[in-house]
Design a protein. Structure first.
Lengths: 342, 528
């Protein structure tokens, strides 16, 4: 298992990563989720051995500080593939096997190309491949030498949306089936939740929260985290006996009795039959719904409605509360290894 | 690995051999000869207005010739890098020919074209030699630059010219400034051309140093001028290094992806490139024509030693001497150049201070900018101190030639090595490649074409080197350019015929070598 303790990476005098603690168990996929510039890629590069770092990075209890990149046995997939332009697809996939001194590589190469859905692509030149195909080859190349840990740096960000979603599902299945231990860096929470069994949210060089996708999604540690995870409106509510009273009605959610701070995603409020009167201000078509801004007695909020009932701005409507879109801000206790407790 | 600077020590160790070579075979001789001349007279020379007008003319003509070479070299680079047209192989070889022509001969050819010579003739003759430097250095990088940035600019509404100036040119800048620096040094220290075309009127530091050393035995004056030359060369190199500082990582592409048939206005550039090639051919063709003026007499004479035994070697022996010396100089320069490039690229990756990298880079360029006479004379007074007296060794000439050729190898290889995306190397490392394997698997294959280009280039330059070789070659080991130089200076119609015939022979040998090296395909290199 990978253990990162008090790791700090500085560029000049500016710390890009500040005393980060993190663990990845064998077979686990951890996503490092955060906005661009939060230091998540730098942390990944430090784990790979590509950035000098202070602190301890260890594998199965063995300190890696003296172990150079090529002896760590960590595979790395870059955002844009970085395939070797002078080698064929098969030549790229076989690279790590050759470096490991394996002689008979054809079988393993074919196996991996099949795994990523590129059977028969072996003799092709990598410059002839589409972006999605290149990224699949990059994945096959990284997996071929059976790395102890697979590092994925925004692996799907350079791809178009439909391809990205399909590849995220494929990749998730592939990582789970092969039991690969992996660290995925991404700014896209859909991607993080699809791929990872545990998510670490990073901001300004620090990990601010770690937990399962459900925990992070439902109980973000502070408003900034909640905002990063899609909440657009914040308001106070009261929890009592497994129900939270909100200005838009009750929600059957668990929280300790007493006042709670709530984050609302646009999907938390549906325009349609409901208790809260509102007036539609704007309407924008999204893929599978229409996104609205509405005014209510509690202020201006975001909401959604079905595509089958196109709304007209300026018209009155009513809102109902959908508990799935609610997040309950739950500050993490300030203990040194807080995320291990959660 | 998590601490400290990986590779820094290794990089410095790699740089030790080239720097040591530079110290022993360049700095020491030059310092020795300058010290020999140091005296109270130095101040007088430095404060004389005549000296400063020579400095002005030296730098002025070099700058003008560099501008001409860059402007004419760029269309040729485009032709070689961006198009797949019939005749490109010919152009590739043809632009190399001027480079190996002995300066004496080119001087003669230009004098017949321009009457009495003068500054314009000097500038054009110097540019004539150096179009190849710009064309080949720039083409080496250009042929690997992704076209899509240009396509993007065009799609954003930029005109072809705007695209060239705002997208293509910045990408090519490292190669252009690199080659321009080399050309400038060549022009600033060009010797034979200025001597022949300047008459008594126009002198450069190089010819003045020669005059004072060899004819006036004014070592003090020569030392003063040598220091001045060194200072101005260092100034130019530092400016060049600063200009090269901001180099960007490019996405290198295979050649097949970037070369295509020209479209629309690109044919205009192709026409311009061929115009340049034709212009380069004029002096060459006139030389070849002259070699046939009295039939094959000149060629028959290659087997002999000239009119009334003007030479101590036959023409064929001179050819062999040339090949031998050039081969030694080339492998020496490749070893030194590659080691320097490896050290510089490794240093770049260790986040070493840029000033350290630039200092090493600049130091290795220095020999290009210092008078061959100074270096040659310096050899004669210092190298006896080394074991096995190199002054009588057949290695003396290749050593001097390697000094001039190494900077060219560096300038050809370094831009390409530097433009390889570092993450490609990191990808290889995470796949288990040790640092030396990263070189073998990534850098060497990607830079192989440039390495071949550098080899051909180095060989051609070594074959044509005149200044230092004429000073150091012993009569029985005279190379072809030296023989030609001697023949031209001697009376006798046969000697003239022999000189022109030897020139043609030298061109043929050069073209054959350049074409052979260009055709070489090493393993998978051919596809890239």
């Amino acid at each position: 298992m990978l253990r990162v303790e008090g790791v700090t990476v500085r560029y000049g005098r500016v710390p890009a990563v500040s005393s980060v603690d993190m663990e990845i168990a064998d077979g686990e996929v951890l996503a490092l989720l955060g906005p661009s510039g939060c230091g998540k890629s730098t942390l990944l590069r430090a784990v790979a051995g590509l950035e000098p770092a202070d602190g301890v990075i260890s594998w199965d209890g063995v300190d890696l500080s003296g172990v150079p990149v090529h002896r760590r046995g960590f595979g790395l997939v870059f955002q844009d593939g970085q395939l070797f332009p002078h080698r064929t697809v098969a030549g790229n996939v076989a690279f790590g096997l050759r470096m490991a001194g394996e002689r008979r590589v054809e079988g393993r190469v074919d196996e991996l190309l099949e795994l990523v859905g590129l059977e028969g692509f072996g003799p092709r030149r990598v410059t002839e491949l589409s972006g999605g195909e290149q990224q699949r080859v990059a994945l096959a190349r990284a997996l071929a030498p059976r790395p102890r840990l697979l590092l994925l740096d925004e692996p799907l960000s350079a791809l178009d949306r439909s391809l990205r979603e399909q590849l995220a599902i494929d990749l998730s299945r592939l990582l789970r089936d092969s039991g690969t231990t992996a660290l995925v860096v991404t700014h896209d929470h859909d991607e993080a939740f699809t791929l990872a069994s545990r998510v670490a949210v990073m901001r300004a060089g620090r990990i601010v929260q770690t937990g399962t996708p459900e925990q992070v999604w439902r109980y973000p540690t502070d408003e900034d985290t909640a905002r990063f995870l899609g909440c657009t409106t914040f308001m106070d509510g009261t929890a009592l006996n497994g129900t939270i009273q909100t200005p838009f009605g009750p929600a059957p959610l668990t929280a300790p009795d007493g006042p709670v701070r709530l984050g609302l995603r646009p999907t938390a409020l549906h325009a349609g039959p409901g208790p809260t009167p509102a007036t539609i201000l704007t309407a924008v078509h999204r893929r599978d719904h229409i996104r609205l801004t509405v005014t209510t007695s509690a202020g201006q909020v975001d909401a959604i409605t079905s595509i089958t009932t196109p709304p007209t701005p300026g018209t009155p409507t009513t809102l109902s509360l959908a508990p799935d879109g609610l997040a309950i801000i739950t500050p993490t206790p300030k203990t040194p290894r807080a995320h291990d407790v959660l | 690995m998590a601490h400290g600077r990986p590779g820094l020590t290794g990089a410095l160790a790699t740089a030790a051999l080239p720097l040591g070579f530079l110290a022993v075979f360049f700095l020491w001789p030059v310092v020795a000869i300058v010290r020999l001349g140091l005296g109270p007279g130095v101040g007088a020379v430095l404060s004389s207005p005549d000296t400063w007008s020579i400095v002005g003319f030296t730098l002025g003509q070099a700058a003008a010739a560099t501008a001409v070479a860059v402007l004419t070299g760029l269309p040729v680079a485009f032709l070689l890098a961006r198009t797949s047209l019939w005749g490109n192989g010919f152009v590739r070889a043809a632009v190399m020919v001027p480079f190996v022509l002995p300066t004496v001969v080119v001087g003669l050819a230009f004098r017949s074209l321009f009457g009495d010579g003068g500054p314009l003739a000097i500038i054009l003759a110097n540019a004539f030699f150096n179009v190849a430097v710009v064309a080949r250095t720039v083409a080496a990088l250009w042929s690997h630059v992704d076209r899509r940035a240009e396509d993007a600019a065009r799609s954003l509404g930029a005109s072809r010219w705007r695209t060239f100036f705002s997208v293509t040119l910045p990408v090519l800048r490292p190669a252009i400034s690199s080659s321009a620096a080399v050309v400038f040094l060549f022009c600033a220290t060009s010797f034979g051309v200025v001597l022949l075309l300047g008459g008594g009127e126009y002198a450069t530091l190089e010819t003045e140093i020669y005059l004072r050393t060899v004819q006036l035995f004014d070592l003090t004056g020569a030392a003063a001028l040598s220091m001045l030359q060194l200072a101005s060369v260092v100034a130019v190199l530092v400016i060049g290094a600063i200009l090269r500082r901001r180099s960007t990582a490019l996405r290198l592409r295979g050649r097949a992806d970037t070369a295509r048939r020209p479209v629309g206005g690109e044919w205009g550039i192709v026409a311009a490139a061929w115009g340049v090639v034709v212009a380069l051919m004029v002096p060459i063709v006139s030389l070849v024509a002259k070699s046939f003026e009295s039939g094959l007499d000149g060629y028959r004479a290659i087997g002999g030693t000239g009119f009334r035994g003007s030479l101590q070697v036959t023409g064929w022996e001179a050819v062999l001497n040339s090949l031998r010396a050039a081969t030694d100089a080339t492998w020496l320069a490749l070893v030194l150049g590659v080691l320097t490039c490896v050290a510089l690229v490794t240093l770049g990756r260790t986040r070493a201070r840029p000033s350290l990298i630039e200092t090493i880079d600049t130091a290795m360029m220095l020999p290009l900018g210092v008078s061959a006479v100074t270096v040659g004379f310096g050899y004669l007074i210092t190298l006896d101190a080394l074991p096995g007296d190199l002054r009588t060794s057949p290695l003396l000439v290749p050593l001097a030639q390697a000094l001039v050729v190494t900077p060219l190898v560096i300038r050809t290889l370094l831009p390409v090595l530097r433009s390889i995306d570092d993450r490609l190397r990191q990808a290889a490392a995470t796949l288990g490649a040790a640092p030396w394997q990263v070189w073998r698997e990534v850098d060497i294959p990607l830079a192989a074409r440039s390495f071949l280009a550098a080899t051909a280039f180095a060989y051609a330059v070594a074959l044509g080197e005149f200044g230092a070789t004429s000073f150091l070659a012993r009569p029985e080991s005279a190379t072809l350019p030296v023989v030609i130089g001697r023949l031209v200076a001697r009376p006798g119609e046969l000697n003239n015929q022999l000189a022109y015939a030897s020139c043609t022979l030298l061109m043929l040998v050069t073209v054959a070598i350049v074409i052979t090296v260009d055709r070489l395909r090493v393993g998978s290199v051919g596809e890239f």
